[in-house]
Design a protein around this ligand. Structure first.
Ligand code: PMP
Length: 419
């Protein structure tokens, strides 16, 4: 990669930039699961805009609908005015997603990003309960504002706040607690008046931790948390910003557990075509803000509503879900074969659905693999506290050809890095 291609970023942008360092090129266009840079080099996308492009890049129908809306002078500012796209989205979300799943939620637009959704969830849980502590889990990632960062279990990111972060208590996430169930401890503390542990307002979790290393919670653990929350009148917040919108095979990641969280955070792919959008789903009894108590200029982007409404069509039948599950099974076979083929990786399979990864238990190797994959035309990212997990997050619409090609590049890259 020539230096002058990256020079502009170095010259004008803050040092905080991150992805432009990891993938040193200038991207120009994208379609489906492919991206091209200014030199016409093609990349297979196993990243999907960090989960914001579950339906792929520039979906034909969404693109057409957006162009038509703009051509017809649709309303382009946001706020939360009543507009046709907003009305259409609310109706479609209710009919396609909530009603068939027997879920009763009020839909709220908290602002344009996932962080905004988490922030609104923390606020409403505190307002409803009048309590301040929120329980979170090791390696959790919930966002970058002071509130959402306070429940994020990553000391590097927390350090970015510059001040101590308050009102959160961390417990070990399911995966690390097989033989010492953290929920048993939590319950013991809550039962013991002398322990001084205040009753928390909420428990917040990802069913599959994305940034934290593709750690998938067991369904049984999720059900235990729901029971504990009910017993102690604690609100259960599921942050489905990354694991939701079909990423794990069902629209909501918690569906296979059969739980019914009090608050659900969605963002990333909810906008369909990658436009900023977030929603917070709140059980009607907790919908306690008065008009204007939580507002924001960009908390209802009409262009995003167009993409979002169109995206919901994927969920009108079970076909899409079945396709995702088939792709997920293929990826799991590829992951297992890589772990077998390259014992030097000391690899470990992680995740579920199209949110999988390989934990590489050799320091620095996962990053090297991703960098080599980039050189060979595959976009993948690492996750986990030490960047030790190579994570596979392709657009859900990826076909067999794309998956095979991606894994072929990955296999070659691993071979090269290990040689
Ligand atoms: N929650 C989870 C689970 C996430 O993965 C992310 C983003 N990686 C966020 C919240 C924050 O979303 P955003 O970056 O859109 O603010």
């Amino acid at each position: 990669i020539s230096n002058d291609k990256m020079e502009t970023f170095e010259k004008y942008e803050s040092v905080v930039r991150s992805y432009s360092r990891g993938w040193p090129t200038v991207f120009e266009k994208a379609k489906g699961y492919k991206i091209w840079d200014v030199d016409g080099k093609e990349f297979i996308d196993f990243f999907a805009g960090a989960g914001a492009l579950n339906y792929g890049h520039n979906d034909d129908v969404m693109q057409e609908k957006l162009i038509e809306y703009i051509r017809n002078d649709g309303i382009l500012h946001s706020l939360d005015m009543g507009t046709t796209p907003r009305k259409m989205f609310l109706e479609a979300f209710q009919e396609t997603i909530l009603t068939p799943r027997n879920l009763r939620y009020q839909i709220m637009f908290p602002g344009p990003t996932g962080t905004n959704s988490v922030e609104s969830a923390l606020k409403i849980a505190r307002k409803v309960t009048g309590r301040d502590t929120v329980i979170s889990f090791t390696n959790a990632f919930h966002g970058m504002t002071i509130g959402s960062l306070s429940v994020t279990g990553n000391s590097f990111k927390r350090h970015g706040a510059g001040v101590p972060l308050h009102h959160s208590v961390f417990m070990p996430f399911d995966e690390y607690a097989e033989d010492q169930d953290s929920l048993v401890y939590l319950e013991r503390f809550l039962e013991d008046n002398g322990s001084g542990v205040a009753l928390p307002a909420a428990i917040i979790l990802e069913t599959v931790q994305g940034e934290g290393g593709i750690n998938a919670a067991r369904m049984e653990w999720l059900r235990k948390i729901e029971t504990l929350c009910k017993r102690w009148d604690i609100l259960l917040i599921v942050d489905d910003v990354q694991a939701g919108c079909g990423r794990t095979g069902t629209f909501f990641s918690f569906e296979p557990a059969g739980i019914n969280p009090d608050i659900v955070c969605l963002s990333k792919s909810i906008g369909g075509i990658g436009l900023p959008m977030a929603i917070t789903l709140i059980k009607p009894e907790y919908d306690k803000w008065g008009p204007g108590e939580h507002n924001g200029t960009f908390r209802g982007n009409n262009l995003a509503f167009i993409g979002a409404t169109e995206a919901l069509r994927y969920w009108e039948t079970d076909d899409f879900s079945n396709e995702i599950k088939a792709s997920a099974a293929f990826i799991r076979r590829q992951v297992d074969s890589i772990i077998d083929r390259f014992p030097e990786l000391k690899g470990e399979a992680r995740g579920r659905g199209l949110m999988q990864g390989i934990a590489v238990n050799v320091e620095g190797l996962a990053n090297e693999i991703c960098a080599e994959s980039f050189n060979r035309g595959l976009i993948i990212e690492t996750s986990g506290p030490n960047d030790e997990v190579v994570k596979f997050l392709p657009p859900l619409i990826i076909d067999q050809v794309g998956l095979e090609k991606g894994f072929e590049i990955l296999n070659q890259s691993i071979k090269h890095v290990l040689s």
